[in-house]
Design a protein around this ligand. Structure first.
Ligand code: WT7
Length: 646
């Protein structure tokens, strides 16, 4: 059976255990229903009330201003500071001795920071930035390995009101440069390198290449991690030297609720990445609330989100959500199989992790490595599991439940996006029965629906498009520097509803089942890529005339990149050229974008009007018989050749 059929026939349901429910913040479904109903009927009353849980500098005077839709303003008149929400409030409340971060490097070295220590470090870091002339509103690019300084760098920017733009350390110099330029960044924070699968992943050379000739960048601040040699330029500053003279006191800058906290680039359906813009109060409120209710964190929890801070998951559920809640968390630098495939479970056992949050692609990889790997560790500390990033197939969900969760831990399958800032569709673990493969029900304030192409809501069990009908606090406020593209991408299709880009259906119990992207966005191991981005990288190579990129289903990565390439005349095609092109894409974008499969073809199937028929290519890539209409294809022999029928 295919996954889709599997999911259509999925009727298993797992209510939380009585024990879990009795200790949960929300342990009965009536409470969820009542709170959800209020959040939808009167969002201003609901969010106005819960927002008072944040430590405001100046209280807000208005909850929501939607008069300039789709540009929302939440908590107008209020001021606060994200780093103070994450640190100062806990220290001031006498919780400074709680451990904030237990960090472990890939080689096994460890560091630990209490809230008081992190508070001091962040203020020092903020003073280093101020000394270098970074000011409120300036954009700072962060390109780092998963070391504590990465979280500190984000919080230090937030403390002085600078806008951080984190670029995942796996992205290439070109991708970094594009993001630095688009955001108008004036400083870059990086490291000499990080550890990845037993080797140093150097970062500094990519930064050197990325900032070359960009005079606006006045500072490159370099954290020392791996002690490998790095080239040195006039604007480079070692962090460990600069921080020596930095004071441990730096007052938090009062920020307007709607001041931008950060930009994070993600892929859309065109070649150019989008700078998703999140503001201070609404984003913090939503990440705080979802960490509190979806992960149901308590004082004795040890939370571990395995994502990289380079993605939104790390922003929301390593940096801001857990720290705003005063959680103790584990942060790990390296790969799950370094030096052995039991590494994650070794960490769970060692640190007594109670809440574990990872991606379906990781779970499917663990399945491959074998049941005996987790069975070799004591995982009894775990009480709650989470997943995010892509649809999870019921088989992987069941494996996760049994082999990691010991059949006792609820699983929260959280659907959300870079754009939404935090969880949108998700179970609350103490009261929502879960079904394998479903992200279940909407979080507070989330008015989700399934509609057809005309925006008409569909009845139960009809596949359609996922939309959100009301603004929510952590919604993106725009695309950096391009308000029109924001309107066009998310709001032009249905006017007053946010179009998520996902296909989904809702079952008779009102549960949501995500079917995947309906646009030209690929999801490889939970990472978003645009087909156009990969195509532009390929056609930039002198051996390529034309390229079309599609996804094919993959058992481990969810989707894999398949590229159909028309080469220039008289060039030898084969494995060697395929390898050259793969490396070229890695250099242009990053290793995550490398095509799994490159197929050379004399021509691409096109409609009579010249459009590449991606649907056909998807079928070919997946080895499926095409069921779609081929009557508009320009030259049927192209299709025959692609299928190898000749
Ligand atoms: C896209 C967003 C949310 C942080 C990581 C990815 C897919 C995400 C789920 C889920 C099914 C999911 C969607 C979405 N997605 N979570 N639980 N079930 N699909 O963030 O890179 O912005 O990608 O990831 O297709 O649109 P992102």
């Amino acid at each position: 059976m295919s996954d889709i059929e599997n999911i259509l026939h999925e009727d298993r349901s797992f209510p939380p255990s009585a024990e879990f429910a009795s200790q949960a913040r929300i342990g009965d479904i009536e409470t969820y229903r009542r709170m959800y109903a209020e959040s939808i009927a009167d969002p201003e009353a609901f969010f106005g009330r819960v927002a008072r849980e944040l430590p405001w500098i100046e209280p807000f005077t208005e909850v929501l201003d939607w008069s300039n839709a789709p540009f929302a303003r939440w908590f107008g008149g209020g001021t606060l500071n994200a780093s103070a929400v994450c640190l100062d409030q806990h220290v001031e409340a006498g919780r400074g001795e709680r451990v904030a971060i237990r960090w472990e490097g890939e080689p096994g070295d460890t560091r630990e920071f209490t809230y008081a220590e992190l508070h001091a470090e962040v203020q020092r870091f903020a003073n280093v930035l101020l000394d270098r002339g970074v000011k409120k509103g300036d954009r700072v690019a962060i390109y780092m390995p998963m070391v504590p300084e990465l979280a500190m760098a984000c919080l230090a920017c937030a403390r002085i009101g600078a806008i951080h733009s984190v670029v995942f350390g796996g992205f290439s110099a070109n991708a970094l440069r594009e993001r630095i330029e688009d955001g108008g960044c004036t400083a870059v924070i990086t490291a000499d390198g990080g550890w990845r699968r037993g080797k140093v992943l150097p970062l500094k050379p990519a930064v050197d290449e990325a900032v070359e000739g960009i005079d606006a960048v006045h500072t490159v601040l370099v954290v020392r991690r791996t002690e490998n040699d790095v080239a040195w330029n006039p604007r480079d500053v070692w962090y460990h030297e600069a921080v020596k003279s930095a004071a441990a006191v730096c007052a938090p800058e009062p920020m307007d609720s709607e001041d931008t906290l950060f930009i994070l680039y993600t892929s859309g359906s065109t070649g150019r990445p989008k700078g998703i813009q999140h503001t201070t109060a609404g984003y913090l409120l939503h990440t705080y609330l979802t960490t509190k209710y979806v992960f149901d964190v308590r004082d004795d929890d040890v939370f571990w989100c395995t994502a990289d801070v380079g993605w939104i998951t790390g922003h929301s559920y390593i940096v801001y959500g857990p720290l705003a809640n005063g959680c103790t968390q584990v942060m790990y630098e390296g790969a799950p199989n370094a030096p052995h495939t039991g590494r994650f479970w070794e960490l769970v056992q060692k640190y007594g992790v109670t809440i574990f949050y990872t991606a379906p692609t990781a779970i499917r990889t663990f399945m491959r490595w074998g049941d005996d790997v987790p069975a070799g560790y004591d995982l009894s500390s775990l009480r709650l599991l989470g997943t995010v990033g892509e649809p999870i197939n019921p088989e992987a969900w069941m494996w996760y439940r049994e082999h990691i969760g010991g059949d006792r831990c609820p699983i929260v399958d959280t659907w959300w996006q870079t754009e939404t800032g935090g969880h949108m569709l998700t179970p609350l673990p103490g009261c929502i029965p879960t079904k394998p493969g479903s992200c279940t029900v909407p979080f507070f304030g989330v008015d989700a629906a399934i509609v057809d192409e005309n925006g008409v809501e569909l009845p139960a069990n009809h596949g359609g498009l996922l939309v959100i009908r009301k603004p929510w606090p952590s919604m993106l406020r725009g695309l950096w520097g391009d308000p029109e593209r924001y309107r066009e991408t998310y709001w032009s299709k249905f006017g007053s509803m946010y179009f998520a880009g996902d296909g989904a259906r809702r079952d008779v119990d009102g549960y949501f089942w995500i079917m995947g992207r309906v646009d030209d966005v690929l999801n490889v191991s939970g990472h978003r890529l645009s087909t156009m981005e990969v195509e532009s990288a390929l056609v930039a190579h002198p051996a390529v005339v034309e390229a079309a990129v599609v996804a094919r289903p993959d058992e481990v990565t969810g989707e894999a990149v398949v590229a159909f390439v028309t080469p220039v005349a008289n060039i030898e095609v084969g494995d060697e050229l395929a390898q050259v092109l793969r490396e070229y894409v890695a250099k242009e974008i990053g290793a995550i974008a490398k095509p799994a499969d490159i197929r050379f073809t004399e021509a691409l199937p096109k409609t009579r009007s010249g459009k590449i028929m991606r649907r056909l290519l998807r079928d070919v890539a997946a080895g499926r018989e095409s069921t779609g209409d081929t009557s508009t294809i320009e030259d049927l022999s192209v299709l025959a050749k692609l299928r190898g029928e000749n």
